[in-house]
Design a protein around this ligand. Structure first.
Ligand SMILES: [Zn+2]
Length: 102
């Protein structure tokens, strides 16, 4: 599941990452877009307290390992997005990134 993903600009550079498709994540799903919750989970739209999330790369296609941010900056790196306590269980713990709690 965790792969070495090539930087889109420079294929000699790789970063540890996960393809969303491989774990069944739908980022910016319809549920998220229609959610009226506070700090909605980017996957399912349920309310979160913004305490956990993941780093998103490749324009929304990958999860980037927190130690490899610089290697993942290829124009498609999008930064941190909130993921709720249920959805984040699909993601290996080393990819969890603490966010801002309210
Ligand atoms: Zn969720």
């Amino acid at each position: 599941m965790i792969e070495q993903i090539h930087n889109h600009r420079n294929s000699e550079i790789t970063y540890r990452g996960i393809w969303f498709d491989d774990i069944g994540f739908e980022l910016f799903s319809e549920k998220f877009q229609k959610s009226k919750q506070e700090n909605p989970c980017t996957v399912c739209g349920k309310k979160t307290n913004n305490s956990l999330g993941v780093l998103v790369g490749r324009g929304g296609a990958t999860i980037v390992h927190p130690e490899d941010i610089e290697k993942a900056e290829d124009g498609g790196y999008m930064g941190w997005f909130a993921v709720g306590n249920e959805c984040i269980k699909k993601v290996p713990k080393e990819f969890w990134v603490t966010g801002q709690t309210n």
